[in-house]
Ligand binder design. Structure first.
Ligand code: AMP
Ligand code: GLY
Length: 419
């Protein structure tokens, strides 16, 4: 099969590698891809949000299946567009994509189906924010309704902060929406639970824990994710049953009732308190960097899995996982998630010989004149598998030491809960 993979992050490099290893794959194009994907696929640097142009590229490359990595094209309706044009594509339709694209939509489903989640209020103006503030305790979480590249959430300790962040949203700071959700602050441990879903069923697709804050001891501003590991030991069988029965099943039923059934990866972002799961967010795609720790543990041919999803046969598909654990540490450009400089040479990467259990997934990278240069905030995902998280992390540190990239930084405490 000829495959087109949309996106350019570490997630897409990890997906690209699995697709490359599949017995069913022939040619792979990455749109736009990164330096890592360019070694195993053909990168095509076009804007994937220009759907018409994208369609031309897909047709001219005789693509049999399109895999969509990031959320934005899904929320903007790429799957509906490609289906209309008779192109096979893996991912949710535009309506179902609102699970991530609109926090108000997601919360409304929670309310209707009594899905456990933080108490909340949807507000469209300052007056309703002020009214709600009279009745609730601090801290309070303020969330912009639409996609905001991870920047639309503020955990506010004072009413003043709530009003100030709410005003920014109402003034249009996050272009996609002027609506917001005010939410009770949930305490507990966060974990991510993944499923692969088709119109008739779904299968477990791994669990992971991410580290969103930029600094050690979970301090500092939020990022896209500084490192992750899989599996997440907090997710036991008993908890899994509750996640499925109280959260996943009602959500999938809600979409089916609207005749817009979900298909694709479903990322269930959870807060766990006293062995009870609360839904924090849905993402309609794999996580980044969670994908980079889940896919190295997958045994089954990924294209066989995608094919079976398109035939609505996922329920009968056996998906097998390695027993080994996996961790990734993200090397970032100095300054991230604030201002940082691109085009910094990563010269030692050529000298690194990786063993079979280790991978370097590229994120913000490019190759110019045979040199690897940084090209984003999150640059490389240093990944390793093994029996014990402590050993795995030591392995990753060894690789990072050899890399000796002076323009980057990383968190040394990834996996603190499991080490
Ligand atoms: P979201 O984009 O909704 O996942 O929010 C980003 C991050 O903010 C989450 O990963 C949590 O760490 C934190 N967060 C969001 N909602 C809550 C909540 N209700 N209580 C506590 N923390 C939250
Ligand atoms: N790592 C968090 C996310 O992918 O949304």
């Amino acid at each position: 099969m000829n495959i087109a993979l949309i996106g350019s992050g570490g997630r897409e490099h990890a997906l690209c590698q699995k697709i490359y290893q599949s017995k069913l794959s022939k040619n792979i194009i990455c749109i736009p891809g990164n330096a890592g994907t360019s070694t195993i696929a053909k990168n095509i640097n076009i804007n994937f949000l220009n759907f018409k142009n994208l369609l031309r590229t897909i047709k001219s490359n005789k693509i049999d299946l399109v895999i969509v990595g990031p959320e934005e094209p899904l929320v903007k309706g790429l799957v509906d567009f490609l289906n209309k044009n008779k192109i096979k594509v893996f991912g949710p339709n535009k309506y179902a994509a609102k699970l991530e694209g609109s926090k108000a939509f997601m919360k409304s489903i929670c309310k209707k189906y009594k899905i456990p989640t933080a108490q909340f209020k949807i507000c469209t103006n300052r007056k309703s924010v002020n009214n709600f503030l009279k009745t609730c305790k601090m801290p309070l979480v303020v969330k912009a309704d639409g996609l905001a590249a991870g920047k639309g959430v503020a955990i506010c300790k004072s009413k003043k902060q709530v009003i100030s962040f709410s005003n920014e949203i109402f003034q249009g700071k996050f272009k996609s929406s002027k609506k917001l959700v005010l939410e009770e602050f949930l305490e507990g441990e966060e974990a991510s639970y993944f499923l692969i879903v088709d119109k008739k069923g779904y299968k477990f697709f791994g669990s992971a824990q991410d580290h969103k804050r930029v600094g050690e001891n979970d301090k500092g501003p939020n990022t896209g994710g500084m490192g992750a590991y899989s599996p997440a030991p907090i997710i036991n069988k008993n908890l899994e049953k509750k996640i499925i029965n109280k959260i996943v099943n009602p959500t999938l039923i809600a979409l089916k009732k609207k005749r817009k059934p979900y298909t694709g990866f479903l990322y269930v972002g959870l807060m766990i308190k006293n062995n009870e799961p609360y839904l924090i967010e849905y993402n309609i795609r794999m996580g980044d960097p969670e994908c980079q720790v889940i896919l190295p543990r997958l045994n089954t041919d990924i294209l066989k899995i995608f094919n079976n999803v398109l035939k609505n046969k996922i329920k009968k598909t056996k998906i097998s996982w390695k027993k080994n654990k996996c961790m990734t540490i993200v090397m970032c450009s100095k300054g991230y998630p604030g201002k940082y400089k691109n085009n910094k040479i990563i010269k030692n990467i050529k000298k690194i010989k990786l063993k079979k259990n280790s991978f370097i997934f590229h994120a913000g990278t490019k190759i110019i004149n045979n040199e690897l240069l940084s090209n984003g905030g999150r640059v490389l995902n240093i990944t390793s598998t093994g029996k014990k998280f402590l050993e795995i992390r030591k392995n990753i540190f060894r690789i990072i030491k050899k890399l000796n990239w002076k323009d980057g930084f990383f968190r040394k405490d990834i996996g603190w809960r499991v080490i």
